[in-house]
Write a protein that binds this ligand. Sequence first.
Ligand code: SME
Length: 146
Amino acid sequence: MNKEQVYQILLKQAKSLVDKQVDDVANMANVSRLIMEHFPHHWIGFYRVVNNELILGPFNGPIACTRIQLGKGVCGTAWQLQQTQIVADVHQFPGHIACSALSNAEIVVPCVRNNEVYAVLDIDSTEFGAFDNVDATYLEELVSYL
Ligand code: SME
């Protein structure tokens, strides 16, 4: 199976998994685990906007930093610009926040509701250049189910 085919299965499962009757935390917990089952990256999780900061939310992977300011790191940049960030080599990204020395590439997708970012989905890989526009397209679709 190629990456697109795996994402198509993932999206189908996510659609039936996400329960609009429960809060974001419950759905983010299942969605981060679901992604990990299909794409076993180093770290997969959410940061939520709480009191104008990004605060660590549900994740799968090693312990991570708990607070990120607007415009800081890859996550804070995705939040500020309301734009998916694909970083092929995090060591070249100015202000990258290294939660784990093993991360080499990263993708961060903003989760938007009523034109406002309320969370970001962050995926870290040990492999340089792990993410591309295919990941961006499918992950943007995925977060729209939340
Ligand atoms: N590297 C991120 C911080 C979050 S961790 O990767 C889990 C950043 O630069 O925003």
